[in-house]
Design a protein around this ligand. Structure first.
Ligand code: CO8
Length: 260
């Protein structure tokens, strides 16, 4: 299927625009993740593409993170397939040879934050109603080690430690202060700014930039590659616990109640 993510490559600039369009909240379901990985792979293998800007086609939400329903009351086989798809997406995005810019035009909790953190540069709309962070602890779950590694590589150990323990969702201005995003711009300027940043990064020779990126990210990528099956087992045993299932169900109920 090719309908949850819009991809448009501008051959003249070598820049692809990738827009998440999976209402209501761009949650990262198995289907979404599969399409995301395939889209990235296609761009990666396309010589005409040197960079990708990732944003949301929905108002107010970049991505609500992993689809919680994929982690509730499903079979071991399903959890295995789902978790492999989460890993695959991250390995492709974090390890991408392309320049990746996240234009965060809405809230971006948990897995949504991971997507942004995995890019080379993050620009966020300056609306303080939009927040971003790895809030797993608030759901009674623990961010996997490679979520944590990615976070530490962006903000450093101390900020990551506090933010992860508290499961903080940081409003845009705070996210900027922490270095969780690189800059804030008025929402209507977001795409223009993303294009300008992309042009700046693409002004360098690809080869040197790519080798440098690999040098910076390889240790963290290799750690998941080396422990991939173990990480899946870990996820399954964690998510299969009745106490965790209960936390996730309560969290989903809280989301629904908050609405009315
Ligand atoms: N998964 C599934 N459904 C979701 C999710 C989600 N992540 N987020 C929202 N929804 C659903 C809501 O339940 C609601 O459903 P319905 O219409 O049937 O009631 C619908 O989407 C719309 O949501 P809201 O009404 O809440 O929309 P708002 O615009 O008011 O708010 C937000 C949007 C801010 C995105 C809000 O929905 C929110 O905070 N969502 C939860 C985000 C979150 O905490 N995600 C964490 C997911 S966990 C993760 O990504 C990493 C897990 C790592 C694994 C650890 C090992 C176990």
């Amino acid at each position: 299927s090719n309908n949850k993510i819009q991809v448009e490559l501008d051959e003249s600039s070598g820049v692809a625009m990738m827009k998440f369009k999976s209402p209501p909240v761009n949650s990262l379901s198995l289907e979404f993740l599969t399409e995301f990985s395939i889209s990235l792979e296609k761009l990666e293998n396309n010589k005409a593409c040197r960079g990708v800007i990732i944003t949301s086609a929905l108002p107010k939400i970049f991505s609500s993170g992993l689809d919680i329903t994929e982690m509730c009351g499903k079979s071991i086989e399903h959890y295995t397939e789902f978790w492999r798809a989460v890993q695959e997406m991250w390995l492709r995005l974090y390890g991408s040879n392309m320049v990746t810019v996240a234009a965060v035009n809405g809230s971006s909790p948990a897995g949504g934050c991971l997507v942004a953190l995995s890019c080379d540069y993050r620009i966020m709309a300056e609306n303080p109603k939009f927040s971003i962070g790895l809030n797993e602890a608030q759901l009674g779950i623990v961010a996997p080690f490679w979520f944590k590694d990615t976070f530490v590589n962006v903000v450093g150990h101390r900020i990551a430690e506090r933010s992860l323990q508290l499961g903080s969702l940081h409003p845009a201005p705070e996210a900027l202060k922490l270095g969780l995003v690189d800059e804030l711009v008025p929402e209507e300027k977001l795409m223009e700014k993303a294009a300008a940043v992309m042009a700046q990064w693409l002004a360098l020779p690809d080869h040197a930039r790519q080798l440098t990126k690999t040098m910076m990210r390889k240790a963290v990528l290799d750690r998941l590659v080396a422990h991939r099956e173990e990480d899946i087992k870990n996820f399954i045993s964690f998510v299969s616990k009745e106490s965790i299932q209960k936390s996730l169900r309560m969290y989903m109920e809280m989301l629904k109640k908050r609405k009315s």
